[in-house]
Write a protein that binds this ligand. Structure first.
Ligand SMILES: C[S@@+](CC[C@H](N)C(=O)[O-])C[C@H]1O[C@@H](n2cnc3c(N)ncnc32)[C@H](O)[C@@H]1O
Length: 269
């Protein structure tokens, strides 16, 4: 029996997954199919930062840790042109495509001086860090006493309908955000953050997708292989099973309804 767990903080798998931005971009593409009330994580981070820095220096120093393909970095640079926003990521490959100040670094060992930053972002990345508490201690070390950490993560039921299809095809239950394999999710994140940051406020960011055809689901799942213990052949078989199930679904339905679940946190010292 294959162990279906997704060790999402395994360093080798993280580096393999983010060697380039391709997998991340394929996963982000599924969110183009949002319906109903807007869920704007990037805009919300900017709003929270604007609230927090209203009385702060006119050119705040911000680090976007685990910036990936830079959607927060670029949005903040555009919205706050006077801010110095440094893009930080473990992966040199993913940083290569980004302009502006950037540095390859591990969240657990940051190349910033004590109390040198006004804001740290850690968006959808802390679940990849082997020692989350150590990263949080680093964030509090580099932040000024009145600085802010903005962090986000997914809920345990994020994209549940897609993982149900995957589990049915795999013949075993597979959950991306399974608490055991996903050390930082919305079920525990406030407590984990609270151990290092006395003031934690959370903003739920839940939504719905109406996916119009199988392709975005298959593209999304295809990127997850490096976080499974399935062999390439086993994973390929499972995806074929998902494809068959999706074809059956779209024979009778126009869209596949999928719930999204995330939480953003504003954390102060
Ligand atoms: C899911 S992506 C999130 C990207 C971006 N923050 C966003 O929300 O669009 C996770 C990113 O964190 C980076 N990462 C993973 N572990 C890291 C670590 N220990 N230190 C710094 N970056 C890390 C990965 O390379 C990847 O680019």
């Amino acid at each position: 029996m294959v162990d279906p767990r997704f060790p999402v903080n395994d360093r080798r798998r993280v580096l393999e997954q983010y060697a380039t931005g391709d997998g991340l971009a394929a996963r982000q593409a599924i969110y183009r199919h949002r319906v109903g009330p807007a869920v704007d994580l990037v805009g919300t981070a900017g709003d929270l930062l604007a609230d927090h820095t209203a009385d702060a220096p006119s050119s705040p120093a911000v680090a976007d840790i685990g910036c990936g393909n830079g959607r927060y970095t670029e949005s903040l640079r555009e919205r706050f042109p006077a801010a110095e926003v440094t893009a930080v990521d473990l992966s040199p490959g993913i940083l290569a495509d980004l302009d502006g100040p950037k540095v390859v670094a591990d969240a657990q060992d940051l190349p910033f001086a004590d109390e040198s930053l006004d804001a740290v972002l850690a968006m959808h990345m802390l679940y990849h860090v082997p020692d989350v508490d150590r990263a949080l201690r680093e964030f509090s070390r580099v932040l000024r006493p009145d600085g802010v950490l903005l962090a986000s993560t997914i809920g345990t039921d994020h994209l549940e309908e897609i993982w149900e299809l995957f589990s049915a095809a795999a013949g075993t239950e597979v959950r991306f955000a399974d608490a055991e394999n996903h050390p930082f999710n919305s079920a525990n994140a406030a407590d984990v953050l609270g151990a290092s940051f006395p003031h934690v406020e959370s903003v739920p960011m839940n939504g719905v997708l109406a996916v119009p055809d199988p392709e975005p689901v298959l593209a999304y799942l295809a990127t997850a292989r490096s976080f499974t213990a399935f062999s390439e052949a086993e994973f390929g078989e499972i995806l074929l099973g998902v494809e068959r199930a999706l074809k059956d679904h779209f024979r009778v339905e126009e869209t596949l309804r999928v719930r999204t679940s995330a939480e953003m946190y504003r954390c102060c010292l």
